[in-house]
Design a protein around this ligand. Structure first.
Ligand SMILES: [Zn+2]
Ligand SMILES: [Zn+2]
Length: 255
């Protein structure tokens, strides 16, 4: 059975356009230049796994005409990856099934602090049921779906990417050790962050992303978590190798 992978957001933390910016990318008429905060929806046999739930989650679900999320994998605690949690409420009311969130202990601690009212105190109508599941750097299963965390460094912050079958999704990486790269090898599809052309302290730039793609050698690769500094979508795409694509919001692929 083919699985669908939908890019809900492909932008860096401020999104594109940036409030108040009049650069050509932020002013572009091309919808592919509009980037909500990075998030991925994976539909495996009608079971929907979301990776990260940023501040644009509500509009992303409306755009995708999707109202089902079964499990959420969190890469790290930064708000562009977690701020949409409150908008799980309608998803829970509709599906009446608890939503499982997976992340490492420090990430779940941060979520628990930010959204205390979702986890503390008595149940009341309107309160969604969300289970927090602590994971470590070991493979685990959601139903019969094997999830392998991949440790990557976001400057000094250790965070997780995830491999699910032939797909690896890595965001906000600046460094990946050889042993963690071994977990990515053999992926048919690699989704990797690529911020801009210039070097950055906590994110791969275009050159670093392309070097990783070269090393892993997947069938296809997609760049995400993109800044307005990267340039216009159509210009950048023309420069990329034949198997590398600049992802854009609502891009759907099957694997
Ligand atoms: Zn980020
Ligand atoms: Zn701009």
């Amino acid at each position: 059975m083919k699985n669908e992978v939908l890019f809900l957001g492909t932008g860096t933390s401020q999104g594109v356009p940036i409030i108040g910016c009049d650069c050509p990318v932020c002013c572009s008429d091309n919808k592919k230049d509009n980037r909500l905060r990075a998030s991925l929806l994976i539909k495996i046999n009608f079971f929907n796994i979301l990776i990260d739930i940023g501040p644009d989650f509500r509009s992303q679900m409306l755009q995708a005409n999707n109202s089902k999320v079964n499990s959420i994998l969190i890469t790290h605690k930064h708000r562009d990856h977690t701020a949409g949690l409150d908008d799980l409420r309608p998803i829970y009311y509709l599906n009446k099934k608890p939503i499982d969130i997976y992340g490492e202990d420090k990430v779940l601690e941060s979520i628990n602090n930010d959204f205390k009212y979702l986890f503390d105190g008595p149940d009341y109508p309107g309160k969604p049921k969300i289970n927090l599941n602590t994971i470590s750097n070991n493979s685990f299963f959601i139903n019969d779906i094997k999830i392998t965390p991949i440790r990557v460094m976001h400057h000094k912050l250790p965070i997780f990417g995830y491999r699910i079958g032939d797909l690896s999704y890595i965001t906000d990486a600046k460094y990946i050790s050889n042993s963690e790269k071994n977990k990515i090898k053999g992926s048919k599809v690699l989704i990797i962050n690529s911020l801009q052309r210039e070097s950055h302290i906590s994110h791969y730039n275009l050159q670093e992303s392309l070097e990783l793609i070269n090393e892993i050698n997947p069938q296809t690769a997609y760049l995400t978590h993109i800044s307005h500094n990267m340039g216009l979508h159509n210009d950048v795409q023309k420069e990329l190798p034949a198997n590398v694509f600049l992802a854009y919001d609502q891009l759907s692929i099957t694997i």
